[in-house]
Design a protein around this ligand. Structure first.
Ligand SMILES: Cc1cc2nc3c(=O)[nH]c(=O)nc-3n(C[C@H](O)[C@H](O)[C@H](O)COP(=O)(O)OP(=O)(O)OC[C@H]3O[C@@H](n4cnc5c(N)ncnc54)[C@H](O)[C@@H]3O)c2cc1C
Length: 439
């Protein structure tokens, strides 16, 4: 059986579903193909022993393009915002930067150079940014040697970008914190992050879109420099789908594998190999019956081995845990986060940090899961500052997701923007307004 769609979307992650939402809003006939039995990709959730545990993203930024994607289909964004959203925990003490002197006050506790660092953020806001090659750690070392300040910056790099501060361009760090969202306002979904994607998926279907789960795309079909369709393996059979445009949410390397290197060309293949830098992180989900930290939002740590931040989700969303339980997620970033590392040793270092931060941790914590996000299922398909363009050598094929982000962007917000931009390119192609469509 052959079917024709305006757009076929490979993968129902943040980028793929955002693109699908925009395309159905534009009146296009859309098919989303997802290999797993659930939507959301690396921003989804699973059930473990009566707890709703997130796989990946938990903090969903309010406002901007992510929320607009939901608004475009009339779907309310079901998140609860913690107040305060973020605190720091330095030497066992909680510091709330949303009151009082903010960042300046925090850094001023540890270094006389706080004002100078603050001035550099102000310069960044005016467009004065360091050159690409300088890492965040090198940039910071120009102003201070203070170990706690370096640890705070390392843990911010780890929490937002899933890398160490010597793996992230200072330019990307400053672009994010001075010019972009910087997670100032965010919330948690009381049904787990998958709840948001289930809401958006239902609205896509209500507008005539189709979403097939347990449907793995096995090949991209091309002819004369354009994609004509794809092969999908589903319910034990391979089916051919015809599509006028294709949006891929599986990362450029996997997209190349589906189309074939010769089809996308040596230059694009080499660009993907040279540019993309996937990074890893470690997610520790655990629960306690007595609260171990009194902060409703995300807690960023100071000097640790690997642990960067932690959130007690039940402070805002008690329904994520059975009665009487507190549910936490802690994030750690290995050294190095880009490239190979000893998984067992990195998990142990992360657990040791939790034991140091919370004496008696082993006695009170019920570990629900420890996941190392790497390889095919990474923390970031490419670190901020090392993204590919969304366009491919094929006129009607674009990538979305966290390997093709806008410079210095991060999180599902960044993926939603890739979805919006790809949908606009697809609509232009479909409506015949691009050169390629006329050609
Ligand atoms: C531990 C962790 C914590 C994070 N925390 C946050 C956070 O708090 N806030 C935030 O904003 N961001 C966070 N992020 C980042 C965010 O989760 C990711 O950047 C985002 O979810 C990636 O989405 P994506 O669009 O790249 O798609 P992906 O999530 O990569 O989805 C791709 C989809 O394609 C499917 N697929 C693959 N191959 C095929 C195929 N051949 N056929 C069909 N389907 C296929 C996969 O099953 C998957 O569902 C976190 C990430 C991690 C790992």
């Amino acid at each position: 059986m052959t079917m024709t769609y305006d757009a076929a979307i490979i993968g129902a992650g943040a980028g793929g579903l955002s693109a699908a939402a925009r395309l159905v809003a534009a009146g296009k006939k859309v098919l989303v193909l997802e290999a797993k039995d659930r939507v959301g990709g690396r921003a989804s959730s699973e059930q473990i022993d009566g707890f709703t545990v997130n796989i990946g993203a938990i903090a969903i930024e309010r406002g901007n393009v992510f929320e607009e994607t939901f608004t475009a289909l009339g779907v309310p964004l079901d998140v609860r915002e913690p107040d305060p959203p973020t605190v720091f925990r330095i030497d066992g003490k909680l510091i709330n930067v949303s009151t009082g002197g903010g960042w300046g006050m925090l850094l001023g506790t540890f270094t006389k150079q706080a004002a100078k660092i603050g001035a550099k953020f102000a310069d960044a806001r005016k467009g004065d940014l360091p050159e690409d090659a300088l890492t965040t750690a090198e940039w910071l070392a120009k102003y201070t040697k203070n170990e706690t300040v370096h640890a705070i910056f390392r843990n911010l790099c780890a929490a937002i970008f899933a890398v160490n501060s010597d793996e992230l361009p200072a330019r990307a760090f400053l672009t994010y914190f001075a010019l972009k969202g910087a997670f100032k306002r965010f919330g948690f979904c009381p049904r787990g992050t998958v709840g948001l994607w289930n809401d958006l998926a239902a609205a896509i279907v209500a507008r005539g879109g189709e979403i097939w789960t347990d449907a793995s795309v096995t090949a991209l079909r091309t002819e004369n420099g354009v994609v004509t369709g794809l092969d999908v393996h589903r319910q034990g059979e391979t089916q051919r789908i015809q599509a006028r445009t294709v949006i891929s949410n599986i990362g450029p390397h996997a997209t190349i594998a589906l189309a074939g290197e010769s089809v996308l060309g040596a230059e694009y293949v080499a660009q993907a190999r040279q540019t993309l830098r996937p990074s890893a992180n470690i997610v520790l989900n655990f629960a306690t019956q007595t609260r171990i930290v009194d902060a409703p939002g995300l807690v960023t740590f100071g000097r640790t081995r690997r642990l960067c931040n932690l959130g007690e989700l039940t402070a805002t969303c008690p329904e994520l845990a059975p009665p009487g339980w507190y549910l936490y997620v802690a994030y750690a970033v290995p050294r190095p986060a880009i490239g190979d590392f000893d998984e067992k040793a990195e998990i142990e270092a992360s657990l040791q940090d939790l034991r140091d931060e919370f004496p008696g941790f082993d006695q009170v914590a019920k570990i629900l899961s420890i996941r190392v996000m790497r390889g095919e299922w990474p923390a970031q398909r490419s670190v901020s500052g090392f993204d590919l363009p969304q366009d491919t050598p094929l006129a009607n094929l674009w990538n979305v997701g966290d390997a093709v982000k806008d410079y210095g962007d991060g999180g599902v917000q960044a993926c939603a923007l890739t979805g919006l931009l790809a949908s606009q390119k697809a609509v232009a192609f479909l409506d015949g307004t691009t050169e390629a469509a006329h050609g």
